[in-house]
Design a protein around this ligand. Structure first.
Ligand code: FAD
Length: 235
């Protein structure tokens, strides 16, 4: 999708956004590693790090829920069905591993959520101590193919969560030119294309046609910096 966008004139810039350019209440660009980039629209899509945008804008909080995963080199030995399992790890510990054999001959397995705190720098996310060994042990027990396959990635990531479990998608109140698209929790990959299409319609046409965005409005939740009385009014 990025390549298709670039063929149509989009430019991909990789860097850290450190602030927003403002003109009165309007948002008219971003500061990217010390360089000001002007723009008609700014979309906050920083996953769980969107919480850091509350330094710049009045926004509901976004939380991070950590998960762990392994990628195995299984070649074409597994059928293509995804598995959603329940796994009894021992007294009081039921895990919900997911297994995704991929068309490229690798298999992705994830499980073991934790409430470890979100690091401020996305590049410093690392697995919790012992979590990868637990996940490897689980894979060894559920599948002889996985037990005999090489692990090519051991990793952790944070899912972006909101207070009511629904994503935040839409225009940010009180800051013309600013939009948000995050908070998809465990389904951010699946829902990203629909979210992106709806946000593009909102920016270009003034309203989304393909998705009713009203349940996802950021205005439905109290902003992180809102006074206590307004948080009582949130659903
Ligand atoms: C173990 C696990 C399994 C999952 N399985 C599935 C699944 O099967 N299906 C599914 O649909 N979803 C799944 N998800 C959820 C999915 O990964 C997330 O919902 C999705 O990645 C969220 O996308 P996002 O773009 O909002 O945030 P992210 O993917 O977190 O991306 C945010 C990006 O913003 C960048 N960023 C942060 N701050 C700044 C800044 N100041 N300047 C510039 N960049 C910044 C970060 O570096 C990061 O690259 C899973 C998640 C986990 C952890």
């Amino acid at each position: 999708m990025m390549h298709a966008a670039q063929e149509r004139g989009a430019e991909l810039r990789i860097g850290t956004v450190t602030g927003l350019a403002r003109q009165g209440g309007d948002v008219v660009g971003v500061d990217l590693d010390g360089e000001r980039l002007e723009g008609d629209a700014v979309v906050i899509a920083m996953g769980p790090w969107s919480v850091l945008a509350t330094r710049w804008l009045s926004l509901p909080p976004v939380f991070g829920m950590k998960g762990h995963s392994l990628v195995f080199e299984t070649e074409e030995t597994l059928p293509p069905e995804a598995l959603f399992l329940e796994y009894d790890e021992g007294p009081g510990s039921i895990l919900s591993p997911e297994v995704f054999p991929r068309a490229d001959g690798t298999t992705y397995v994830c499980a073991i959520s934790s409430d470890a705190p979100l690091p401020v720098d996305p590049a410093s996310v690392v697995p919790d101590d012992g979590a990868i060994d637990r996940l490897r042990g689980l894979c060894d027990r559920v599948s002889p193919v996985l037990a005999n396959s090489r692990v090519i990635a051991s990793q952790a990531c944070f899912r972006p969560l909101t207070q009511d479990g629904l994503p935040l998608i839409g225009a940010i109140p009180g800051a013309r030119g600013a939009y948000i698209a995050t908070g998809h929790s465990v389904w951010g990959i699946l829902n990203a294309p629909a979210t992106a299409e709806a946000i593009a319609e909102l920016i270009l046409d003034g309203a989304a046609k393909t998705v009713d965005l009203s349940p996802f409005s950021p205005a439905r939740l109290a902003a992180l910096d809102a006074p206590a009385s307004s948080s009582l009014a949130s659903p």
